[in-house]
Design a binder for this molecule. Sequence first.
Ligand code: GCW
Length: 694
Amino acid sequence: MLTNKNNQVKHTVFCIFFLIFSIGLKAEDGHRLWLRASATSPVIVQCARHSATLDIAVNELKKGWQGRPGETVILKLVKDKQLKNDGFRLSATEIQANSETGILYGVYELLRRQQTGEPVRNELINPSYNLRLLNHWDNLNGTIERGYAGYSIFWHGEDSLAVSDRDKKLWAEYARANASVGINGSVLNNVNASPKMLTSEILQRAKAIADVLRPYGIKTFLAVNFASPQVIGGLETADPLDPEVKKWWYDKAKEIYSLIPDFGGFLVKANSEGQPGPQNFGRTHADGANMMADVLLPYGGIVMWRAFVYDPSDEDRAKQAYNEFMPFDGQFRENVIIQVKNGPIDFQPREPFSPLFGAMKHTAVMPELQITQEYLGQSTHLVFLSTMWEEFLQSDTWQEGEGSTVARCTDGSIFDQKYSAIAGVANIGLDANWCGHHFAQANWYAFGRLAWDNSLSSAQIADEWLKLTFKPEKQFSPIDWNLIFLLPVKQMMLESHEATVNYMMPLGLHHIFAANHHYGPGPWWAPKDWRKDWTPPYYHQAGDDGIGFDRTANGSNAVSQYHEPLTTQLGNLQTCPEAYLLWFHHLPWDYNMKSGRTLWDELCYHYDEGVQQVRQFQKIWDKAERFVDAERFSAVQKKLREQSLNAGEWKDACLLYFQQFSKMPVPYELERPVNNLETLMEKDRRMLHRGPTN
Ligand code: GCW
């Protein structure tokens, strides 16, 4: 009897426990991003004024307050010279700012601290960059160039321009997520811009989007096609010095500002990969950018002119943007910013920084990062990009002596520039979880946090994001949560970029993707009639004599575009970091590495290490199962399995292909290849029709 009763009690306890457990882990589709927390106690908010932005700030505090119950929080607009733009002063009970958006950012900061347990002291917090922008490569037909998370949240087709409540709800959620990490601008369409973007019908929809984004402090920008005056304006030319062309842009700007009074400006991809530009009319990049800048100036608008230009010439692609833009340094208007990709080629898994950073001393330069993982496993591979961006931002250009990091060269600390900015190519689409992979949300988050504070560490960002995104709503043993979830999963995130570099292109290898999908390996891919600079052999230069692109003085001399001591350091085998070795040097297969191994063996070790790292990630994730709701757990688990499989394919494809030249064995202590080269090449051939590599 007693035993029965005991059993019953045990059973009831178990049921209650089970109930709490399963409630705590209710399925999540990831739509709430890092904004899952809700208030645990009441708060009184004092704010002297009402406005759309301030009302959002007050509501956020009430909805998310986790501080002392019944506390009074004061939101105060001030005139404080120490505060830059959207900066704010923060204490546990008061936020002061010069602008309403500053107040909003202060509120999100305070709530984040409460949720992550970070202390709040009396602090003054200013953003690193004035403009912190997302670039959406969204086409008007709803597709997204290099998008891996479904269709566009902004555009559903040119015959589908009416704005629905669903659209508005989603745009508001998007704006809120951006504001919560400090992003304050969105370019709504692809840099490969349709001229139709500037037609009056499409601009109406842009206005509707801008109206939803505005209260969250987000300015709207548009990517424009340089030939628009010809294509939609019916003019005979788009020559930037032609008076009629100028007038066309002048009238267009007037129309845009009548719809969107706080419109931010234009983003332009000109004379790049087939896009029209001033050079089509015998004019220069400066002529083109300045004409647009003059048109936007009266309204306070800016032009972001991209430096991503290269031709199929004999010149090393890595040198071309520098060659093209340096002669114009100092010739651009004050409201032009040259937008430069982090590396000199194209968002590769690892690149040295572009030599344009710091070198253009009389022109504002802004970094362009790629949040969408075009070359980093798209929405299948778990790759936390923050470490890569941190490495880039902290790279020393030496342009104004030691410590002239890319961060300091672009945020106004070193060069006096009216506008400072940073852009990230968005990874956002209509998928329920916005980014395709639950962990890809961390890259959106990290971009915003680094744009706000370019000195943050990736460890800090990962820590915040994991707590906000995964902390179970029900209490678990904090020790277990820390030891089994937070610490190992954070470690996994921090290692994930290096792991990907290892299994894709270690030691400075780059652009060895098959065809145009930019997903799987294709070191062999080189159709005879194709542009050489769009084929992997152009980049890896593998042959019987060795591997790597010689960019020393004996080769393309790209090293000369860097400031000393970098030119010497990168050009010298003793001092060139091994992470960039094959970016700058062509070396024999038996070259002696620092480890004592031959170059060939070292390559094998890196590829193998990458595969082992992903296997380790799988274990970490599987162990963390009880701390994650079933829906997100299994989605990530499945993607990790695929990543593991792909990592193995990368390793086998590259090693078996390169082995044809090295003629050396994969070190016997390493696992043997499990895929045949022919099978992998055949897999790639089936994807060929997708188009060119670029
Ligand atoms: O790397 C290339 C991408 C293109 C992209 C281009 C660019 C928008 O493959 O899809 O076009 O970069 O940045 O302009």
